[in-house]
Design a protein around this ligand. Structure first.
Ligand SMILES: Nc1ncnc2c1ncn2[C@@H]1O[C@H](COP(=O)(O)OP(=O)(O)OP(=O)(O)O)[C@@H](O)[C@H]1O
Length: 435
């Protein structure tokens, strides 16, 4: 490489780390060589996690599902490949990826993936419960479980009181749906429903909010996942909210974790929490209200049949058992995406059978159910053959991490503290055992 090229290295490095596109490059052995800032945000991984591990180890991909590996093997460019998954923070991410083989002096030296984050866009395009432009109301929300009934009852009180509301819950539990239903409870008198997507660290986000809202008197502002906003932007947001507060405006926000924990870890500004928390509504994860799974599926299938004439009417007992045993880290959204995937491939089938479930789901659900490994499996029995040590240690790790997560209600930070490891390390291990 000549001198002029070398002098451009700092520019290249700057561009790689500031561009709003995730970049992940691997050498021809599949080892990561470039992993930029945006990719870290998208995948929720730190560079230490990536280190010199191969991408097969890092992600919950089947070999044929990793586009980087596919391109390394086939040397064929892959364009516009959509991937949806849950990153280490439990956040659901949808990206559109372009992946290219990389050559030097005519020889293949690796592959590079460029990922565009389309999560926010995707959410609004792909929501079967948001038919056309119908406003979302409480009667759209599936709430058969007593815990969800209590949530809806508090949300209705909040709608009447018109005080700030903070919705707390894991990703995909239905916080946006509840916020919009609160707004529409007394529609049209509530005016505009404005969502501020806080997933972005764009410094102009708040400026745009001021431009959009300063002349509108009657509005509900919903700050979606305010805990994902940087602290300086949270500070800016708070001072704007205080200024905007005077007129006919309602404020709501959602966060993805316990507020005390978020404040302690520096992810949420205490004063912003106080601002929103006149009404706090905790939306339970789906694994804690499994009574909602069947009604959700029935409503989904009826909707699918009305709109696309699908013949599917239900699920087999085997699939139901699997769904009831699974821990649904992506909550209702994960269930909805799974049903989208299954129903889009169905033709004349009337019920969803185990064989119709995608391989990635069958593997995940099999690994993480209690029945897979029992404590007794670790006791040496005279009538049982000994396992190779590696296999024994692997099974013990799966068992121990699964139990530890359960004890802490699937809270990664708390489990990591108890096990004396970093959150990143635990996330990496959990992903590894899910394969
Ligand atoms: N109780 C429910 N009844 C019907 N649909 C639901 C329910 N809960 C969630 N959904 C559907 O699941 C998807 C995710 O819901 P929503 O966007 O409200 O979740 P969220 O908790 O706000 O997620 P995030 O924290 O990622 O913003 C949506 O398509 C929504 O329609």
């Amino acid at each position: 490489m000549n001198k002029i090229d070398e002098s451009l290295f700092p520019f290249h490095e700057f561009a790689v780390n500031h561009v709003e596109v995730g970049i992940h490059a691997v050498d021809k052995n599949g080892q990561t060589v470039i992993y930029n800032e945006k990719m870290k945000v998208i995948e929720g991984l730190a560079l230490e996690d990536v280190g010199d591990r191969s991408i097969l180890e890092l992600f919950n991909f089947e070999q044929e599902e990793s586009t980087l590996l596919k391109v390394l093997q086939s040397e064929i460019i892959q364009l516009n490949v959509k991937q949806t998954y849950w990153n280490r923070n439990g956040t659901e991410i949808t990206t559109i990826n372009d992946t290219f083989p990389i050559y030097h002096d005519g020889e293949l030296i690796g592959a590079m993936e460029l990922a565009r984050d389309v999560t926010a866009l995707e959410k609004y395009v792909l929501q079967p419960f948001r038919k056309n432009s119908d406003p979302v109301t409480f009667n759209r929300i599936i709430a058969d479980s007593s815990s969800m009934k209590a949530v809806i009852s508090t949300a209705k009180k909040a709608a009447r009181a018109k005080l700030p509301v903070l919705l707390i819950g894991e990703t995909g539990t239905g916080k946006d749906l509840i916020a919009e239903s609160i707004h529409n409870e007394f529609s049209p008198s509530n005016g505009l429903f404005y969502t501020l997507f806080c997933h972005s660290s764009d410094p102009l986000l708040i400026d745009r909010l001021i431009d959009d809202l300063s002349d509108i008197d009657s509005v509900t502002l919903f700050c979606e996942r305010v805990d994902l906003l940087s602290i300086p932007l949270q500070q800016e947001l708070l001072s704007i909210l205080v200024k905007l507060g005077a007129r006919d405006r309602q404020f709501m926000a959602s966060i993805g974790d316990d507020p005390v924990e978020l404040i302690a870890s520096g992810a949420l500004l205490k004063d912003l929490y106080y601002f929103f928390s006149s009404f706090t509504i905790r939306v339970p994860p789906l694994r804690k209200r499994k009574e909602d799974i069947s009604p959700f599926i029935s409503t989904y299938l009826v909707g699918r049949s009305d709109r696309f004439g699908s013949a599917l009417q239900g699920i087999t007992t085997e699939v139901e058992q699997l769904f009831l045993g699974y821990h649904w880290p992506g909550n209702v959204r994960e269930l909805e995406f799974l049903l989208n995937e299954v129903t889009s491939l169905a033709t004349t089938e009337i019920v969803i059978t185990y064989d119709m479930l995608p391989l990635h789901f069958r593997m995940k659900s099999g690994d993480m159910t209690d029945e897979t490994i029992q404590a007794a499996d670790f006791i040496i029995q005279p009538d049982k053959e000994l396992l190779p040590l590696d296999q024994f240690l692997h099974e013990a790790e799966v068992y121990y991490l699964h139990k530890a997560m359960k004890l802490h209600n699937d809270n990664v930070t708390k489990t990591a503290n108890t096990l004396g490891m970093s959150r990143q390390n635990l996330q990496y291990r959990l992903r590894k055992i899910k394969k």
